[in-house]
Design a protein around this ligand. Structure first.
Ligand code: MN
Length: 515
């Protein structure tokens, strides 16, 4: 691609992760971070270290393990938070600290209870404090789009003077519209005298569905960093979606003349991984990564596509790494074909994991005639989930019907490979299974969400169960898939419980002060 370059700043692990219902453990965060590096993300915001020991640990782990990406930690505008952020990103080859502070009169009056002068001084002092540790400092005037513009220019000038190298214009509440947001960027370039010493970034929320549009318009007017998340996850309606921003810039390069460092063929795999680990299901009609994004239903469109793809396709699905679904595996497919398919889907398993997955594949092929890519992805998801287990589900049996009491028996292996079995009655089969598991695992929790969906069409389809449980103020997601939905429900519950047990993180503080 020709033209200038825009940095892609990914905050899936911070803004995305703090979204209601998501709670990833440090190893899962590392797995996502490694994939983001492969994708070519320039800066990864890995967490908000002051908020919990788990966040701190995750940022440190990512800072240690990644080799080329800049690792950023978010911080309040106070010394304690900045020191903690610095400790966490210190091992990174390239590190950044991102300080935020509210600047809108609404936030100043009701939340911070500080004057504009106080905020101005504090912002400059805290940026200078962080500059004592490292050179790469980002500053966000939170709620920028509802901040008095004259004050916004002043605070930007002050933080740049104190050493901020990136200034991030945040539409924290997703209130701006594209024309207006573009004009704000233009006016900042015109009215902040030292703006050339810093790079302008944008952070747009999607409350009005304008997060991507606002980000793109800002780039047209001179912003050179976009903050975004995979699948657009994040607070409330989420953030600008990475895949949409990147593909819009690529597909319409004729208009933008702006390049990114993203290897777009990694987009689909990254999307699947984030959906799998966070439990945020990608809607079918989601742009770029939804199941229907490249599917043509209309007869006229199908006819056109067969004659020439460009008639109704503005992007080639291969560009974003959507696997071709032409080849369907089945009972007779061998280990080699299975391995090739996995590689095409982006999974490189070691020999032991491959053998295990192949065995599971053969078992599935016995129950289901055609194994599609989605089935394989669900199967690998199941394999990845068992890798973090404290308790493993060995057996589940249920008896139920309209004249009997639903009864479940379960057998688990425990942390020391001991075999544990129990039984329970319930109001229904799933309730009975969960009660039997509770009798063994004994971790108090509340089930807050339970949903079943089928992965592919047909009566023999794999059922996927997604659940969320709450324990001591934190939420844990669990997923399970099986041709039997009671077994899938049991697997999902075990997955959530295992995550709860693995995660030693303390409850987070309220996230009302997020940029
Ligand atoms: Mn945000």
């Amino acid at each position: 691609m020709k033209g200038e370059h825009v940095l892609i700043f990914d905050t899936t692990l911070r803004d995305g992760e703090q979204a209601a219902g998501t709670s990833l453990n440090p190893n899962e965060k590392l797995e996502i971070a490694l994939q983001l590096e492969k994708l070519g993300i320039d800066i990864i915001e890995a967490g908000f270290p002051i908020t919990s020991p788990g966040d701190f640990e995750a940022v440190r782990l990512i800072a240690r393990e990644l080799s080329s990406t800049t690792i950023c930690a978010l911080s309040h505008a106070n010394k304690e938070a900045i020191d903690r952020a610095w400790e966490s990103v210190r091992p990174a080859k390239k590190a950044r600290i991102h300080i935020f502070l509210s600047t809108s009169s609404m936030h100043l009056a009701y939340q911070l209870k500080k004057s504009q002068d106080d905020v101005l001084k504090l912002a400059g002092n805290m940026v200078a404090h962080a500059r004592g540790y490292l050179e790469d400092i980002e500053f966000t005037p939170m709620d920028s789009t509802r901040t008095d513009t004259k004050f916004l220019y002043e605070i930007l000038q002050a933080v740049i003077e104190s050493g901020a190298t990136t200034v991030n214009i945040a539409d924290t509440v997703g209130y701006a519209t594209p024309g207006e947001f573009g004009r704000l960027i233009e006016s900042i370039i015109k009215n902040v005298p030292n703006i050339s010493k810093a790079l302008i970034s944008v952070h747009c929320h999607n409350d009005l569905g304008l997060g991507v549009a606002n980000s793109l318009e800002a780039v047209r007017k001179g912003a050179r960093q976009i903050e975004c998340t995979v699948n657009g996850i994040g607070e409330r309606a989420g953030n600008a979606a990475m895949e949409e921003v990147v593909m819009a810039l690529k597909t319409r390069n004729d208009l933008f003349h702006i390049a990114t460092s993203i290897d777009t063929s990694q987009i689909y795999k990254t999307s699947r991984m984030v959906s799998e680990l966070t439990g945020f299901i990608v809607p079918q009609n989601k742009a770029i990564v939804g199941a229907n994004a490249f599917r043509h239903q209309s007869g006229i469109h199908q006819d056109g596509i067969i004659k020439k793809a460009g008639t109704y396709e503005i992007m080639n699905p291969r560009e974003v790494g959507v696997p071709s679904s032409a080849l369907v595996l089945g009972k007779l497919s061998g280990r080699h074909a299975f391995k090739e398919r996995l590689l095409e889907l982006g999974y490189a398993l070691d020999e032991a994991a491959l053998s295990h997955a192949f065995k599971a594949f053969k078992e599935l092929a016995d129950k289901k005639k055609e194994i599609t890519d989605r089935d394989i992805q669900a199967l690998i998801g199941e394999e990845l989930r068992t890798a973090i287990e404290v308790y493993h589900l060995e057996h589940v049996g249920v008896s139920c019907g309209n004249h009997s009491m639903p009864t479940a028996t379960v057998r688990l292996t425990g942390p020391n490979r001991e075999v544990l079995a129990d039984a329970a009655l319930g109001t229904g089969p799933v309730d009975a299974v969960y009660k039997a598991i509770n009798r063994i695992v004994r971790v108090p929790n509340t089930l807050t969400e339970f949903s079943v969906s089928s992965i592919t069409e047909g009566i023999d389809a794999l059922g996927e169960v997604l659940i969320r449980i709450e324990s001591e103020g934190a939420t844990y997601t669990g997923r399970g898939s099986d041709t039997d939905i009671i077994v899938a429900s049991a697997k999902a519950y075990m997955n959530a419980l295992n995550r709860l047990l693995v995660s030693k993180r303390s409850p987070r503080e309220e996230n009302v002060d997020e940029p």
